[in-house]
Design a protein around this ligand. Structure first.
Ligand code: SAH
Length: 220
C-alpha cells in the first residue's frame, strides 16, 4: 500500500496547519499535542472518498458503523491524558482507524491498542506500519477486559462511551496513572471523565459533554 503522505489541496500541510490553529482557538494549549497534530496526516486514515474532508472538525465514518473522532476530541483527550508529563505505557481502547493511536505513539513510549472489529484493526495496523510506527502493540479483543498482560498502564484512553468505567480498566491503571473516557448512556448525554488513581482510591474529574459511539461488549 502506498500512502499519499504529503497531500495536496484539501489534504495539504497548509490545511492541516489551519486545523491546528482552530484547535488552539478552541482551547487546546499543550504545544506538544498541537505540534504532533500539525505533522500527522489525518487523511491517510480515511477512505479516499472522504480524504478531502479529513481536516474538518467533525467525526467521519470509517465503516462498520464507527466514526473517527473529531480532531478537537482527539486533541482534548490526548491533552488530558498527558497532563502530568511524558507517559511510558498507554492503553488505548478502540483503535478504530488508528489516527488517535498515531498521535499517542508520538507522545508516549509505547501504545497498547485494543479493537473489537478485526477488519478495522487490520486496516489501522497496515496504515500505522506504513507510517513506520514501531512502538504500538495491537490486540483483537474486548476492551472491557483491558490488556492484563501489560498492566499497569500510566495512561488509559477509551474512545467509546459506556454507562460506567469497566472495573478491569481501573485495576490496570498504575498508581498516579490517568484514565480518560466518555461516560454515559448511548444516545443520552455523555461526560468526558478523567480518573486519576491515587492509591487504592480514584479521583474523578467531570469535564465537558461529548458524543461517542457505544462501548460494545465482546469481539465482533
Ligand atoms: N480513536 C478511534 C475511534 C473510533 S470509534 C478513531 O479515531 O478512529 C470507537 C472504536 O471503539 C470503534 O472502532 C469500536 O469498534 C471500538 N470499540 C467499541 N467497543 C469496544 C470494545 N469493547 N473493545 C474494543 N474496542 C471497542
Amino acid at each position: 500500500m502506498s500512502l499519499d503522505l504529503q497531500g495536496i489541496g484539501m489534504t495539504s500541510p497548509r490545511t492541516r496547519k489551519r486545523m491546528v490553529q482552530r484547535l488552539a482557538e478552541q482551547g487546546i494549549t499543550d504545544p506538544k499535542v498541537l505540534d504532533v497534530m500539525r505533522h500527522t496526516p489525518r487523511h491517510v486514515f480515511m477512505d479516499e472518498a472522504l480524504a478531502s474532508r479529513a481536516y474538518e472538525d467533525t467525526a467521519l465514518p470509517i465503516g462498520f458503523n464507527q466514526t473517527i473522532s473529531q480532531p478537537y476530541i482527539v486533541a482534548r483527550m490526548t491533552e488530558l491524558l498527558m497532563g502530568s508529563g511524558r507517559l511510558s505505557k498507554v492503553l488505548e481502547i478502540g483503535t478504530g482507524c488508528g489516527y488517535q493511536t498515531a498521535i499517542l505513539a508520538q507522545l508516549v513510549d509505547h501504545v497498547y491498542s485494543v479493537e473489537r472489529i478485526l477488519s478495522l484493526q487490520k486496516k489501522a495496523k497496515d496504515i500505522l506500519w506504513n507510517l513506520k510506527f514501531k512502538n504500538i502493540s495491537y490486540l483483537y479483543g474486548d476492551g472491557n477486559l483491558g490488556w492484563a498482560d501489560y498492566a499497569p498502564f500510566d495512561g488509559i484512553l477509551v474512545a467509546a462511551a459506556a454507562p460506567e468505567v469497566p472495573e478491569p480498566l481501573l485495576q490496570q491503571l498504575a498508581v498516579g496513572g490517568v484514565l480518560v473516557m466518555p461516560v454515559g448512556e448511548n444516545g443520552r448525554s455523555q461526560t468526558l471523565q478523567r480518573i486519576t488513581r491515587t492509591g487504592v482510591n480514584y479521583k474523578i474529574e467531570y469535564l465537558e459533554s461529548v458524543s461517542f459511539v457505544p462501548f460494545l461488549p465482546g469481539k465482533e
